[in-house]
Each structure stands twice: as C-alpha cells, then as structure tokens.
Design a binder for this molecule. Structure first.
Ligand code: THG
Length: 288
C-alpha cells in the first residue's frame, strides 16, 4: 500500500518498497524557550533555520508544529504553512492537537498534506476525519484512545477502528498512516519489543503505512542519536515505513538509509553513495 503526499510541485510516496520516509521533526518549539518566546510575539523567522537544517539533512517531508499554550496557534499554523511552502518544495505534515489549527493549516496548504494526528476516540474521529476528507489529505492515526495501551493487540484494534471509521468518511486505507506508538524504554523495558509486535499486527492485518516519533524510545537515556539510529533501522526491518525524526542527526538519517540499502530499496547503494558524497562536499566547503 502506498501513501502519496504532495506539495505544489513535488510528490513523495510512502510504502514498503519505497525509501524509508524521513519526516523532519524539528520545526517544533517543544523544549525550546527562545523559539516559544518568538512564537508568542508572532515571530516565525526561526522556521527558516529549522527548515533549512531538516532539508539539508535529508528529510523527505517536514513536520510543522507551532504549538505553544501562550501563542495564537491557529494563526501561527496558517502563517507557518504558507512560509514553509515558500521555503521548501517538500510536502508538509501539519502537526497540532488543536483541530482548528489543523484546519487552518490545510486551508492554506497547496498539495496533499499529511495531518498529524487523529486518535481513536469517537469525538476526535468525528471532528477530524471530515476535515481530512474535505481537503483530500492523508492522516497519521495514533493507535491510542483516551488511554495509551501497551498491549500490541489493543493498539491494533484501535488502528483497525480508525481505518474503518476513515472508510466511512471516504478516506481510503492508503491515506492512513498508523503511529504504532514508540515509547521510552526508560519507562517500559519492553517498549520497543511491543512496538515491533504492533507493527507486525498492523502490517499483516491492515497493510497500511506506519510511523512513530523515533526519538521517544531513547528519552532519558544517554547517546540518544546512536540508539535512535538503530531503533529506526530495526523498526524498518519490522515493517515501519516512515518516522518523525531529526534529520539534523547524520546517525539517524544513516539508520534509515542503511535500512534502505539492506532491504534492497536502494539498488547498488546509489542513494547511500550520493549522501556520502554530499556530506564530503559540504565538509570540504565548510573547511574552505
Ligand atoms: N508521534 C506523532 N507526532 C509527534 C510525535 C509522535 N509529533 C511531536 C513529536 N512526537 C515529534 N517531534 C519532536 C520534535 C522535537 C523534539 C522531539 C520530538 C525535540 N526534543 C528535545 C528533547 O527531546 O530533548 C527537546 C528540544 C531540544 O533538544 O532543544 O527537539 O511521537 N505522530
């Protein structure tokens, strides 16, 4: 199954036979005081830096999140989506917990966006799915409802419920990307094992594309980039087809690209070689 995303001029396809889709996560004020203060003043200039870094790192899609409880998130999302589409031709993932912000982003977006996200509660489904359908967008569906289940079977059942509800709204399964819920190993030692098992159930039972916040796994641990990189590659082997991850991290990007080479989605390692040469050229340019 393939999920097609579009900007005004570019198409990106997520699927098991496609290169692992890197959704650049950094356009997000979480944990960043200076960026939060700027957003509260209506200043979105930081986007220019964050977008340039994610694009340079090799992101295929950019996650845009301007969530700050003290800022006008709806107005900011509208402006952020317009600005991002001026700065890059990559398709966007519109990330907010506020339905009006998702809608505002979709209203100004040119192309077919990825909406992040819907969950399994009936009232969230009934509020968000019609907006996704009306805009012909794709949507990330978190495999949780009002609680976050740890059992893979329970996550799978929520995913199945969401795919079914989406169908009722005219949204085909290929436009649903299930977030199988990567959780901190520091809180649950079997978090990654349960995540991989959830991927298997979704792949076999639904066949839809999947994603996760890849850095959640290493939360609270040292050496996060190395662990995230191996998590991404291992998860790819278990069927994960995309991840929301930091494309500034060469280790994490290598994890995704290595999975492509090993699973024969990058013939003769041509993409791997291209990335290597581009980094060499960038290092040479930086050294003057
Ligand atoms: N699933 C889905 N969407 C998501 C997530 C998910 N969106 C938000 C988040 N999780 C993924 N995005 C980010 C963005 C930024 C950071 C982490 C995840 C980040 N974190 C630093 C940290 O963890 O310490 C703090 C900031 C900093 O280092 O300056 O940057 O799971 N569907």
């Amino acid at each position: 199954m393939e999920t097609t995303l579009q900007s005004a001029s570019k198409t990106v396809v997520i699927g098991p036979e496609r290169p692992f889709c890197i959704i650049g996560e950094r356009i997000n004020p979480t944990g960043r005081k200076a960026f939060q203060a700027q957003l509260q003043k209506g200043d979105i200039s930081q986007l220019e830096i964050d977008i340039a870094e994610q694009v340079a790192g090799g992101a295929h899609v950019l996650d845009i999140n301007v969530g700050d409880p003290l800022a006008d998130e709806v107005g900011l999302m509208r402006r952020a989506v317009v600005r991002a589409q001026e700065l890059t031709d990559l398709p966007l993932c519109i990330d907010s917990s506020i339905i009006e912000a998702l809608e505002a982003g979709l209203e100004v977006y040119q192309g077919k966006a990825l909406v992040n996200s819907v969950t399994g509660e009936d009232e969230r489904l009934e509020a968000i799915l019609p907006i996704v359908a009306r805009h012909g967008a794709a949507v990330i569906a978190l495999a949780n409802d009002d609680e976050i289940p740890m059992e893979p079977q329970r996550r799978y059942e929520i995913a199945r419920k969401i795919v079914s509800a989406a169908g009722d709204h005219g949204i085909p399964p290929e436009d649903i990307v299930i977030d199988a819920l990567a959780m901190p190993i520091g809180a649950e030692p079997r978090a990654a094992v349960l995540f991989f098992e959830t991927l298997r159930l979704i792949r076999e039972g639904l066949g839809v594309n999947t994603t996760c916040g890849a850095s959640n796994t290493s939360f609270g641990l040292p050496g996060r980039h190395g662990l995230n990189a191996h998590f991404i590659a291992t998860a790819s082997t278990h069927g994960l087809t995309s991840a929301i991850m930091d494309a500034r991290s060469p280790a994490c990007v290598d994890g995704a690209h290595a999975a492509d080479v090993l699973h024969a989605r990058d013939e003769y390692g041509m993409g791997w070689i291209r990335t290597f040469r581009a980094r060499q050229a960038a290092a040479a340019a930086a050294a003057g």
